[in-house]
Design a protein. Structure first.
Length: 357
């Protein structure tokens, strides 16, 4: 993607993230529009970019053929979102009847902050049941769901077509005292609340102080191992734009620095202001050059572990290859040696088979 195409992509994306913005583009050729369509689709933001296209005057919009194709895909995203929300609400209702609280992690909890929530695609439903992990698994089985307990961090539940990750831990904790301390802090934030409800459901939304830490932690874990998409950046931009004033940024800085999240949070905030039109940066820092390198990685170098076929061993080898090529992420963004971090995690995994907080 050339610089001009990148500018056009962000001009349209800003309009999807911030409903008051009008894109300042025009005169694009059919080839340029197809390039934008491909880029938006691969980054998981095609529906958000579509919101920007609809604000353009008719003469500046893509061809009728591409508009129809784009609109059809956006309609599919909307239908999938609606179905996921209904199934998530049904499962949460079953949990509520059993006295279990269902806290939504990212996904639906973040989508509600967008001008058009249905245009922020959601994958699985990630939930935390506030200490009722195993009871939640049993309740899911009682209402006809298939439950697999094959991973220490969360179970996999398939409920009427909806894939659910029922989290025992909000984040990965195995083999790391620091990660367990961070997890305990997250769970305290959830316990102290306040938790709000997604309207007309029993689905609970975490407090802003929790989301600030969790969104960065989740995005960084993906960035280090395989890369992230523009959707992760949009989530952070929408969050700090809509809920940033409710976050205790002094406390955030302290906890984020202890868990090596602060630099990445500063990078996401810098990109949100410069490229997505967020008015205020809650974490100002001199990271522009590094932030642009991160953005280039997002746009051009993401290596998703599931992009090509293969079993668990193939994906594991692909992960090792990703890590070897992207060692700079550990040193410059995470602030630790790639080799030392890998050794620490490997040793920790050997002696922490069944982690407890």
């Amino acid at each position: 993607m050339k610089d001009r195409a990148r500018m056009d992509l962000f001009a349209l994306l800003r309009a999807g993230v911030r409903s008051g913005d009008t894109p300042d583009i025009g005169g694009l050729t059919d080839d340029r529009w197809r390039e934008l369509y491909t880029a938006a689709s691969s980054q998981g933001v095609s529906a958000l970019v579509w919101d920007g296209i609809r604000r353009l005057p008719p003469e500046s919009q893509p061809s009728r053929e591409l508009r129809l194709r784009w609109a059809y895909n956006v309609e599919r995203i909307e239908r999938r979102y609606g179905q996921q929300r209904r199934r998530a609400a049904e499962l949460a209702a079953a949990y509520a009847e059993a006295g279990i609280r269902t806290v939504v992690l990212k996904g639906l909890a973040v989508s509600r902050l967008y001008p058009v929530p249905e245009h922020r695609p959601c994958g699985d439903l990630d939930c935390f049941l506030c200490g009722d992990y195993e009871r939640g698994n049993r309740v899911a089985e009682q209402v006809g769901a298939e439950v697999k307990r094959d991973f220490y961090k969360h179970s996999h539940i398939v409920f009427r077509g909806l894939t659910v990750e029922n989290h025992r831990f909000c984040t990965a904790v195995r083999g790391s005292r620091r990660a367990k301390r961070f997890e305990r802090h997250l769970q305290r934030l959830l316990a102290e609340g306040p938790l709000s409800c997604i309207p007309e459901t029993a689905l609970l939304v975490p407090p802003p102080d929790f989301n600030a830490l969790f969104l960065v932690k989740h995005a960084l874990s993906h960035f280090l191992t395989e890369g992230i998409s523009l959707r992760h950046l949009c989530d952070w931009a929408v969050f700090i734009d809509r809920e940033g004033d409710a976050v205790d940024w002094t406390a955030f800085r302290k906890v984020a620095a202890e868990d090596r999240l602060l630099r990445f949070a500063e990078i996401l905030s810098d990109l949100s202001v410069r490229y997505l039109g967020v008015a205020r940066n809650p974490l100002p820092a001199g990271v522009q050059a590094l932030a642009d390198r991160v953005l280039d990685n997002i746009l051009y170098e993401r290596r998703h572990l599931n992009d090509s076929p293969g079993g668990a061993w193939t994906k594991r080898m692909r992960l090792i290859g990703n890590l070897a090529r992207d060692r700079w992420k550990y040193g410059e963004v995470y602030g630790r040696s790639f080799l030392l971090e890998g050794l620490r995690l490997s040793v920790g995994y050997l002696f922490d088979r069944n982690p407890e907080l």
